[in-house]
Design a protein around this ligand. Sequence first.
Ligand SMILES: Cc1cc2nc3c(=O)[nH]c(=O)nc-3n(C[C@H](O)[C@H](O)[C@H](O)COP(=O)(O)OP(=O)(O)OC[C@H]3O[C@@H](n4cnc5c(N)ncnc54)[C@H](O)[C@@H]3O)c2cc1C
Ligand SMILES: *[C@@H]1O[C@H](CO)[C@@H](O)[C@H](O)[C@H]1NC(C)=O
Ligand SMILES: *[C@@H]1O[C@H](CO)[C@@H](O)[C@H](O)[C@H]1NC(C)=O
Ligand SMILES: *[C@@H]1O[C@H](CO)[C@@H](O)[C@H](O)[C@H]1NC(C)=O
Ligand SMILES: *[C@@H]1O[C@H](CO)[C@@H](O)[C@H](O)[C@H]1NC(C)=O
Ligand SMILES: *[C@@H]1O[C@H](CO)[C@@H](O)[C@H](O)[C@H]1NC(C)=O
Ligand SMILES: *[C@@H]1O[C@H](CO)[C@@H](O)[C@H](O)[C@H]1NC(C)=O
Length: 633
Amino acid sequence: MTRAATADRGQTQGLRTRNTSRFSSLRAFATLALLGAAVTLPQAAYGALYTDPATLPANKAYDYIIIGASPGGSVLAKRLTEVAGTNVLLIEAGPNDAGVLPIEVPLLSSQLQPNQLWDWNYTTVPQSALNQRVIQYPRGRVLGGSTSINFMIYSRGSEDDFNQYAEVTGDSGYSWSSIEPYFRKLERLVPPVDGHNTQGEVDPSVHGTSGPLNISVPGASLPTDSHVVQVTQELPNEFPFNVDMNNGKPIGVGWLQGTLGGGARVSSSVAYVQPIIDSDNLDVLIDTTVTKLIKTDTQNGQPVFRGVQFAQSSTSPLYALNATKEVILAAGAINTPQLLMLSGLGPASALRAQGITPILDIPAVGQNLVDHPMLTNQFGVASADDDLIENLSRNATFAGDLVGEWIADRMGVMVTAGQNHVTWLRMPANDSIFKTVQDPSAGPLSPHFEFLVVPGFLSYAQAPPDTGFFMTILTIIVTPTSRGSVTLSSSDPFVPPTIDPNFLSTAFDRAAMRAAVRSAVRFASAPTWKGFLTGPAASFAGVDVNDDDALDAWAREQTSTIWHPTGTARMGKCGDSSVNSVVNPDMTVRGVVGLRVMDASVLPFIPAAHPQAAIYAFAERLADLIKSGKSSC
Ligand SMILES: Cc1cc2nc3c(=O)[nH]c(=O)nc-3n(C[C@H](O)[C@H](O)[C@H](O)COP(=O)(O)OP(=O)(O)OC[C@H]3O[C@@H](n4cnc5c(N)ncnc54)[C@H](O)[C@@H]3O)c2cc1C
Ligand SMILES: *[C@@H]1O[C@H](CO)[C@@H](O)[C@H](O)[C@H]1NC(C)=O
Ligand SMILES: *[C@@H]1O[C@H](CO)[C@@H](O)[C@H](O)[C@H]1NC(C)=O
Ligand SMILES: *[C@@H]1O[C@H](CO)[C@@H](O)[C@H](O)[C@H]1NC(C)=O
Ligand SMILES: *[C@@H]1O[C@H](CO)[C@@H](O)[C@H](O)[C@H]1NC(C)=O
Ligand SMILES: *[C@@H]1O[C@H](CO)[C@@H](O)[C@H](O)[C@H]1NC(C)=O
Ligand SMILES: *[C@@H]1O[C@H](CO)[C@@H](O)[C@H](O)[C@H]1NC(C)=O
């Protein structure tokens, strides 16, 4: 993970339009991103890949039309086409991911957003609890969706989280014991590319070894690695070592597991779509945006939605197709609620306000947006040798050499995502916030917050200094209680919706962030860092961590996101008539026939983990449910 920065707060405040931020991350890499675009393979090489709707086979009947090559959409495309005679059309708004260098090279992830070729380039509304700052809100717009531009952290989440999913949905199929076999089914634990002995870094008995999705521990070391491990020996009570945080019990400090194999990123496209892209029964249409879902019939008084309308741009021809069985919406936590609302499925009065005739009043569409707030806390480091990020951003020769090494043999630090460990922790039980607020975590196995240690200066609110050497500890709240929304700003499908994650708007979230920063400061005060760290960096040095108000001010000024929006079309119990959910436990849209959702929007609460693993597993389970012909309700 690397930095993005706007020049100063003054410029960030009130930023409303896209593409105006002074994004200055890793300046030396700029030409590499262009190189990546230039090496995109000719798309004619792929049999079933269509770049123009006009060239789709005429009169072919599709059983399923899947909207969005997200992890949800990609898993279903593969699994549903495993049934002979089942035809699937996968429609993706963005381009092909194959052969794009910055998508493949893990450490070039920072080049993929914000405001790059593979990004929707969203921004939030000014955040009222963050000094009215506008936050960049990248989402992948490419085969693989956000898994083609993400930072590849693979974390399943805790047993308690999954058992709570089962409770909230009334479906025991979401419990840890039911979902854990799906994690094994989708994973293929592979050795890191440097071939080092991984004993003590991962527990192979926890993992699958023959699934489509490669995962591995990092294949190159970072200057912070030995110190992070040493902290677990020096301060084991607060920071216990955890050999495998994906065993259902994540608390502690452990080696990162990433969606990485052979030194390269593994997205849902790489794992699920590209290997079958020549199949006769899968057609993949890229560069094409679904603009609306179409009501095709009424059945037992319920609207049937088996039609989709799509176009390549706001000025190009509109096309329409019907699925014979189902339309599966997998357009992600932002675009799925947008498409539902554009199609007349959503909060009726909000739709009318945009001139859209409601077909079914579903108040929860676009509501309950939850995301993980992330704060960057910078420390000085003594030696230039220990700061990878500044080395890269200030020395184009160094960066170029590393990319060259990756191209030559897929080795070197470019095979990492820029952090090699993850830390999951709970707030102290005696934190005074618990006198007034109930613990929002799913249970004692679930963390409240997370750390990531990055060897360099990272900030999404200020420019990196031109001199000095740094390490950043990211503090992330993984059980936030703030709730935001995605609402329509226009009935035009090519106009972005209004996105409000409402970060740090609750007393709990602010208290959790204070607890996380204090814990990070204790982490950085362990004896092992003596001589390595020089103390808080100038940016952070003025913050009195003993003072709640000072910490709150720091959080308001610096907090951004770790890009995990969820919950905007969330799952509830079968027949739930409350206004709080959108889909049934089998992901069918309640009150609608022929339409399911399978992406981050269905999660009824945000996992206390990076969400891609849970989404892959839920999609694998849904594929089995669809194949079995059973419904949950
Ligand atoms: C920068 C970044 C870093 C992240 N890091 C991590 C990480 O390290 N670990 C982790 O677990 N998670 C990470 N995530 C989150 C993770 O990638 C997502 O949770 C995951 O991809 C699921 O997202 P989603 O379901 O919202 O859909 P997405 O993955 O966003 O996919 C939605 C897809 O639908 C397409 N689409 C949307 N609208 C339309 C339309 N109208 N017509 C056709 N196609 C459409 C999009 O172009 C896109 O391809 C990160 C996300 C980002 C953005
Ligand atoms: C996002 O911005 C980049 C850079 O300006 C651009 O190439 C890309 O097309 C934009 N994406 C969208 C969806 O507009
Ligand atoms: C998985 O990783 C192995 C190396 O361990 C590599 O050879 C293979 O190509 C990767 N496959 C995918 C689909 O990522
Ligand atoms: C989809 O189905 C509807 C209702 O049966 C029909 O009117 C429409 O023509 C169909 N569209 C296509 C493209 O076949
Ligand atoms: C930074 O660059 C110097 C000189 O090129 C090199 O010796 C050092 O190892 C680099 N440090 C990291 C962390 O890459
Ligand atoms: C830049 O990197 C190159 C290659 O690693 C190294 O030889 C050179 O000394 C570096 N320059 C500086 C100023 O550190
Ligand atoms: C909470 O408990 C810890 C020991 O577990 C103690 O060090 C700390 O002072 C306590 N804090 C408060 C606010 O009571």
